[in-house]
Ligand binder design. Structure first.
Ligand code: FE2
Ligand code: FE2
Length: 215
């Protein structure tokens, strides 16, 4: 069977599984990570596109499982195990499976394992990019809305608040996590895009503050 057909079939299976995932990490997030990964891969040195594409496709396969037991398991570790089982069942080449599984296991920002191969680095960066820029703002407000947080607060209220409180706003996410992402990127092109997207977010939050204060 051709690679294209295999990829389409795997996409259908992953799409079905991700229907259980929350909006911030749903099938559309996976599609954006896939697009980001292809965009970075074009600019990076030689890499195996099959590993990049299948790795991006499976990277958050176990998100819903992690959420279901309130973060007691790591979705990257569980996802790596699931990916291995599913790809073996599908009859994919062993060497390819091994590379894809490492991409899934090493994609997480808070994970204990860091990306090593170029394909692992591309997926790691592609995932982080979806938290930055216009889409990053959209996702941060979506999450804040889901937990009942405010639309705006001061930097002091934001940084001195707890997760899941009314001050756990999109701005808090930006101040405590997102603004540090560009420095953690693994590829040169990923870092460049991340810096641009971060600048856009900085401008957005200045404008938001001005509008709220009637400036
Ligand atoms: Fe993830
Ligand atoms: Fe992700």
């Amino acid at each position: 069977m051709s690679y294209q057909k295999t990829f389409e079939r795997l996409s259908g299976t992953v799409c079905e599984i991700l229907k259980k995932s929350p909006r911030c990490h749903d099938w559309e997030h996976t599609l954006r990570v896939l697009n980001n990964a292809k965009m970075i891969a074009k600019k990076e040195k030689k890499c195996d596109m099959r590993v990049v594409e299948i790795g991006a496709l499976f990277h958050d396969i176990a998100r819903a499982d992690e959420l279901a037991i309130k973060g007691k398991i790591c979705h990257a570790k569980k996802g790596a195990k699931l990916t291995e089982e599913m790809l073996k069942e599908d009859g994919l080449n062993e060497a390819l499976i091994e590379k894809v599984v490492k991409c899934v296991r090493r994609h997480r920002f808070r994970g204990s394992e860091f990306p090593v191969s170029i394909e692992e680095k591309i997926i790691y960066d592609a995932d982080k990019l979806d938290s930055l820029g216009a889409i990053g703002l959209g996702r941060a407000f979506l999450f804040a809305g889901r937990i009942g947080a405010k639309v705006h607060n001061t930097p002091e209220d934001a940084v001195n608040s707890k997760s899941y409180s009314e001050n756990d706003t999109a701005y808090r996410e930006f101040l405590v996590k997102l603004k540090y992402l560009p420095s953690k990127m693994m590829t040169a092109s990923g870092k460049k895009i991340a810096q641009k997207r971060l600048q856009y977010m900085e401008e957005f939050f200045i404008k938001l503050d001005d509008e709220v204060l009637g400036k």
